[in-house]
Structure formats: structure tokens, C-alpha cells
Design a protein around this ligand. Structure first.
Ligand SMILES: Nc1ncnc2c1ncn2[C@@H]1O[C@H](COP(=O)(O)OP(=O)(O)O)[C@@H](O)[C@H]1O
Ligand SMILES: [Mg+2]
Length: 564
């Protein structure tokens, strides 16, 4: 006759524990790999099965910790000295040097040593299932470099509840001695989701589609950068960011420096105004107008020097000095709002080495830049304004970008409310040292005016060459990398990218392959691989406008009203 089993009767089998239909199968860790990523346990545990994880940690007093560490170091040294260690020399050397490093850290109290109890308990409703699940867990651990063990005939000792004194005897593989970093890596929820209230959606985590919301206005810098190859989706991502920012804060003013004229139709569809430099529609911006520095004429003179150097990169030192002197005089003695004709007259009057300079400045009188010679007439009052550089000769782009940046910066300092300045193809501003310095200054100071920049460029390396570029990059709170053809070792170390991240970026999927862009965001200290995804209405608006130039001419209704 078969004995009837009480449902509550606990049965200890050699490799599992059973109470009625509840099977519990423990697994311990015999050996850790040399390195584990933070939060790895969260990725190791399945989301669809129940696995109990117990981690108990007891700090080892510093004196004992030092003794332990130096003991380990001494053992490694002794074994090394004795030789004949069966090919373990390299391993022992690593042990010795890491023990000595750890000893220093413990002595300095930057690391503690912990007695850590660690056990996994797989649960299921029958024996086959519990064993199969435990095998799979053991395999996943092995892939990450862990060696695990089943505490055979030691089930009860493994499963008793922790006593919190850390003194109980446990099967081997239960207790470990780990430094603080190692313990921190065990924290199972390496939760990298960011959900800042009032933030905008950056994207969905590539690992589990959890959304990431970041509030630009709640951090030390309001400026972000987006880097990626042509076609990786930078302009699209930037436009999405603009739309979402204005959705959260409709009073946000936006200015766009748009070298390729990609945003024109979008800006018009948002009721904004567009200044088209090459055509002169939307009005003239007088690069010499001191309104951009709120009348600070010295500062204006310095910025004019910067833009002129971007226009004439071949100027010799003495010509630069002569031009600077003429510009300084122009703002000291010249008319309230000078024009290029005034500048040219000043250069001609001074006469000294001015002849070649005067010839160069002809471009504003009879050459391709004559439309700039005159007072400012563009006074857009719309909330969204873009400057379209299409049709501007390539060798003049840096110059146009520089004075338009000066203009946009001036606008930022004067408009009320939150402001965003988007600069696409920003590498054009990194071509010349002095332009880059000005650009860096803008990035460092805009926050004081409740403004942030969105800097878009193809290759972060363009900004790593000079201190000003590096400073600019450091002042971006969030930096996104979309597909990059390659990641230089400079970029890798500057941005603290892991090798895996750097190897992945050239393989990040493109929007034309997937319908969204894959990206890696550095947000503060976090590294977040995200899919940049638009909702249907966002996609429809951007698909219909972004990169599409409208043929219908803009009406000039939004012209003169208000100051700059
Ligand atoms: N997140 C996205 N979702 C859907 N389509 C996108 C996305 N990003 C870019 N695209 C599309 O991919 C193409 C290239 O994007 P674009 O933003 O112009 O790239 P980039 O500015 O980096 O050269 C465009 O046709 C754009 O509409
Ligand atoms: Mg683009």
C-alpha cells in the first residue's frame, strides 16, 4: 500500500528540497570570473521563471581585511617564489598585483572587504522542470565565466535562512570574500532606466524596450550632442527632440542653424520663419550689428575678428593684426551700427598694409557677399526660426555659420523663456580654432540665459583636436552616438566608451534598415543603448517635411515686429 504523503511534509532529496508540489533547487557559485559587469545578475535571471536570489553582505573590519588581503598576496608570492606551480605563474602574478592594489585601496578606505553569501534557488512544480531550469541557469553563469556547483547532500545547510551574523557554516560556494566593487556588481537590478518627470522621450532601451525620459532643464547643462554618419538619423532625432521639447514646454523658442536647408519645410509647417541666406529671403542679418552683444562693442569687435578669420583663413599674421586694429577702431569711433562699407573705408583710410585686405573686402562691395553690406532687416518674431544656408559656397560656410551663431546667441540672451538652438553639421564650426573657441564659449554660457544647444555633427573626432572642442564636448549633458563608421581610440577614451560599445557603434542599425535609429546615449554617467522611435504623427510630420524643401515661396508676414 502506498503511503499517503502529507502535502506539507518537507522532503530533502540529494539535490533539491520539496514541500508538496513546490521544488526548490539551489545553485552556488564555485568561482567568479576575473571581471563582471555591473548589474549582471539582473540580466542573468529569467523574467518568466521564479528564481530566488539571496545576497547577504557583511563588512569585514578594516584591520582584518588588510590581514586577509596581505595574506593572499603573501601566498601568491610564496607560490611564485617556490616555482614549479604547474603553469600558474601568470595567474599568480595577477593575484599578487591585484591583492597589492586592493591592499592599497583598503588601506585608503576607498574599498572595503565583504563577506558575501550568495545563493540561487530555482523553483518549479516538478522535479524535471526544476532540474532543467537549474541547468539552464548554470549554463548562463558559465557563459559569463562563472563556475557553479550544486550543493549535493548539502541542501538543508544551503537553504536555511541567513542568521545575519554570518557565522553559520555553509556549503562551499556559499561564502565569498569580495571588495566593494565586486559586491556592488552583484546588485541585481542594474536598472538603467531613466524616467525624469517632465522629461522628453529619448528612446526605448534596445535591451527591453523600457522608455527613457530625460528633462533637459533639470541638469547643469541644457546642451546635448548628437553624432553619427550621414543617414544615421541625426537630423530626424534632433527634430523629434525639438517637437517633444515644445510639446512639454510650448513657450520654448527655437533657432536652427541649418547648413543643408533640411529643416525649412518643417519650420514653416510649425508656423516659424526661415531666413534663406543665399537668396536673401527673410531679410538680411548684418554681421557687424552690435545688437548681438547687447551693445558691448568690444566683445562685438572680438567676434567680428573671429568671423573674418573664418572667411579669410589665409590671412598672414600682420594682416590679421591690421584687420583687428581696423575693427577695433570701427567700434570705438565708427557709426552706431557699422556696415561692411564702413569697415572697408576704415581699412583703406589706415592704408598701411591694408591693400590686400581692402581687396579681400571687395567681396562685400561687388562680390558674392554684397548682400550682407547693409543694416539688419531680418527681425523674425516667430517662436521657431531657422537659417537656411543652402546655396552658400562651401568656402564661405564657416563664415556664415559664425556670424549667424553670433546672431543666434544674441537672440538667446535677449528672448524670455526657455530656448533651444540647434546647430546641424556643426563640424563646420570646428574648422578654425577661433571659431571653435567662440562656439565653446556659447555652449558654456547659454545656460545662464535658460537656453540649451543641440549640436549635431558627423564625427566627434572633429572636436577632439583642440582644447576648445574638448571643452565644448564636456559641456554637453547628454551625448548620443548613432552609427559611426569607426570609433577612434581618442573618442573611446574621451567618452569612456567600453570596447564592446565602440565595436558596436559601426554596426548600429540605420533607420533605412529598421525604421528607427539605434543609438548609444551618454546621459550623465549612464550609457544607454536606445532605439530612437517616432510615434505615427511625429513620423508623418517629419517624413513630409524634414529634408523636403518647399517650392512655394514663404510669405513675408512674419517680418518686422519686435527687436532681435
Ligand atoms: N528614428 C527614425 N525613425 C524613422 N525614420 C528615420 C529615423 N531617423 C532617420 N530616419 C530617416 O532616415 C533618413 C536619414 O535620416 P537623417 O536624419 O537625415 O540622417 P542624418 O541627419 O544623420 O544624415 C531620413 O529619410 C529620415 O527620415
Ligand atoms: Mg542631417
Amino acid at each position: 500500500m502506498k503511503e499517503r504523503e502529507s502535502p506539507s511534509c518537507a522532503v530533502e532529496a540529494p539535490t533539491f528540497w520539496r514541500v508538496g508540489k513546490s521544488y526548490r533547487a539551489p545553485l552556488l557559485v564555485r568561482q567568479f570570473p576575473p571581471e563582471v559587469p555591473f548589474g549582471f545578475l539582473g540580466r542573468l535571471l529569467p523574467t518568466h521563471e521564479t528564481v530566488e536570489l539571496t545576497v547577504e553582505a557583511h563588512r569585514i573590519p578594516a584591520a582584518n581585511a588588510l590581514e586577509l588581503v596581505y595574506g593572499a598576496q603573501a601566498v601568491a608570492e610564496a607560490e611564485l617564489a617556490a616555482g614549479g606551480n604547474g603553469g600558474r605563474t601568470a595567474e599568480l602574478e595577477v593575484e599578487r598585483s591585484s591583492a597589492s592594489e586592493l591592499g592599497d585601496a583598503v588601506a585608503r578606505r576607498t574599498q572595503d572587504l565583504w563577506k558575501v553569501g550568495l545563493r540561487f534557488v530555482v523553483r518549479a512544480t516538478n522535479r524535471l522542470q526544476v532540474e532543467a531550469r537549474r541547468n539552464r541557469l548554470s549554463e548562463r553563469l558559465a557563459v559569463m565565466g562563472f563556475r557553479s556547483r550544486i550543493p549535493r547532500y548539502e541542501i538543508r545547510e544551503t537553504l536555511v535562512a541567513p542568521e545575519l551574523s554570518a557565522s553559520e557554516v555553509r556549503p562551499s560556494g556559499y561564502w565569498h570574500t569580495l571588495p566593494t566593487d565586486g559586491l556592488a556588481a552583484l546588485f541585481p537590478f542594474g536598472d538603467e532606466t531613466v524616467l525624469e518627470p517632465a522629461g522628453i522621450l529619448l528612446g526605448l532601451a534596445l535591451s527591453d524596450a523600457s522608455p527613457v525620459f530625460v528633462d533637459r532643464w533639470s541638469h547643469a547643462s541644457y546642451s546635448w550632442g548628437l553624432f553619427g554618419a550621414t543617414g544615421s538619423g541625426k537630423s530626424f532625432a534632433a527634430a523629434l527632440t525639438l517637437l517633444r521639447t515644445r510639446w512639454m514646454r510650448p513657450d520654448t523658442s527655437v533657432a536652427i542653424l541649418d547648413p543643408l536647408g533640411e529643416y525649412t519645410a518643417l519650420v514653416e509647417s510649425l508656423g516659424g520663419s526661415v531666413i534663406r541666406l543665399a537668396e536673401g529671403s527673410g531679410g538680411r542679418l548684418n554681421p557687424l550689428d552690435p545688437v548681438t552683444t547687447s551693445g558691448d562693442r568690444r566683445e562685438k569687435a572680438a567676434r567680428v575678428g573671429t568671423m573674418m578669420r573664418a572667411l579669410f583663413p589665409s590671412l598672414r599674421d600682420e594682416e590679421v593684426a591690421e584687420l583687428d586694429a581696423a575693427v577695433t577702431q570701427l567700434y570705438e569711433r565708427g557709426p552706431q551700427v557699422p556696415t561692411f562699407q564702413d569697415l572697408r573705408n576704415r581699412v583703406v583710410e589706415r592704408g598701411t598694409t591694408g591693400t590686400r585686405l581692402a581687396t579681400l573686402l571687395e567681396v562685400f562691395r561687388s562680390g558674392s557677399l554684397q548682400a550682407l553690406d547693409g543694416p539688419t532687416t531680418a527681425r523674425p518674431s516667430a517662436k521657431v526660426v531657422s537659417v537656411d544656408f543652402r546655396g552658400v559656397p562651401d568656402d564661405q560656410l564657416a563664415f556664415h555659420l559664425t556670424y549667424v551663431l553670433d546672431w543666434a546667441y544674441g537672440r538667446l540672451t535677449q528672448l524670455p523663456g526657455p530656448k533651444l538652438l540647434l546647430i546641424d553639421e556643426a563640424h563646420l564650426l570646428a574648422r578654425h580654432g577661433s571659431t571653435e573657441e567662440f562656439f565653446d564659449r556659447v555652449v558654456r554660457h547659454v545656460r545662464h540665459f535658460d537656453a540649451g544647444l543641440l549640436v549635431l555633427s558627423q564625427n566627434p573626432d572633429d572636436f577632439l583636436l583642440r582644447p576648445a572642442g574638448r571643452s565644448l564636448l564636456r559641456n554637453l549633458y547628454a551625448t548620443a552616438f548613432l552609427r559611426l563608421p569607426q570609433v577612434s581610440s581618442e573618442a573611446r577614451s574621451f567618452f569612456g566608451l567600453t570596447n564592446a560599445e565602440a565595436d558596436w557603434l559601426p554596426r548600429a542599425r540605420l533607420p533605412r534598415e529598421t525604421g528607427y535609429s539605434e543609438s548609444l546615449w551618454r546621459v550623465g554617467e549612464l550609457h544607454l543603448p536606445l532605439a530612437i522611435i517616432a510615434s505615427t504623427p511625429e513620423y508623418e510630420l517629419l517624413e513630409a517635411t524634414l529634408g523636403r524643401s518647399r517650392t512655394v515661396p514663404v510669405d513675408s508676414d512674419s517680418a518686422p515686429k519686435g527687436g532681435l
